[in-house]
Design a protein around this ligand. Sequence first.
Ligand code: NAP
Length: 256
Amino acid sequence: MSAQPGDSSRAVCISGGTSGIGAGLVAGFLASGDRVYTFGRDPGKLKRLTERWPEQTANGTLIALVGDVTDADFRARLVASIAEQSGRLDVLVNNAGVILDSGDLEESVDAWRATLETNLIAPFALTQACAELLERSAAPVVINLSSACGQHPFVACTSTSYSVSKAGLDMLTRRLALGLGPRGIRVNGVAPGVVASAMWGGQTDLIASTVQARHILGQQIVTPADVADAVLFLASSRARLITGATLNVDAGYTLG
Ligand SMILES: NC(=O)c1ccc[n+]([C@@H]2O[C@H](COP(=O)([O-])OP(=O)(O)OC[C@H]3O[C@@H](n4cnc5c(N)ncnc54)[C@H](OP(=O)(O)O)[C@@H]3O)[C@@H](O)[C@H]2O)c1
């Protein structure tokens, strides 16, 4: 049988923790001594994640599952698994997200639907599925991974559906904060600027030019660890009265 993490550790669920920012979040919460549940669709990425954390995988501190956040059956299985193993959920991070196309009128309607399904509807649906488990926590919190692209129609944000999905996510954060506050659940967002990840599809020139044009704070790129620091703060008791906020971690991207 797996060893149980200590009483002070939190049960944390991170969607899409197998690469980029999500992998940084997994590292951050594991370093805090928490038990982390994460998932993604690609078994190869999951394997690489568990190989990075062999001890935590073996002792049940890291539980990595193959699953699609847009799949209602998977969400139900995930919630059942967390309930059985941890009995509650302290932190839910809606991190999984995609960019599937680019352009304005050029984007296909199918790409629009799939983008909104993953980036906007799934965070709502996963929060809905987890709400009862969150209520069992002494200090429950939901954190949505938004984007600078949700705040202004920047030319550098090349996918309209992606920007719209993140603008919607920011309103979802506020609506859920309002609705879940009376139940003791805080809901916040973190909006990064440019983080070099698989999401950019290897477009290193575009990454460099966007950072140069928009990251006014020393033209520094944002790292997954920078994002994890903000998420860990919002998940902590130091943020106990912060709800409905979206914290920009963007080196000034959204200033103008
Ligand atoms: N990179 C940036 O510059 C940037 C900036 C602002 C905001 N963000 C946001 O940060 C979040 C993480 O992005 P990232 O840059 O780390 O991208 P990434 O490296 O492509 O990681 C995305 C993660 O989400 C998972 N995922 C995607 N669709 C999924 C689905 N339907 N079900 C389950 N898992 C799914 C992926 O795994 P599988 O492919 O195996 O499913 C992967 O683990 C996203 O919400 C993104 O919009 C990124």
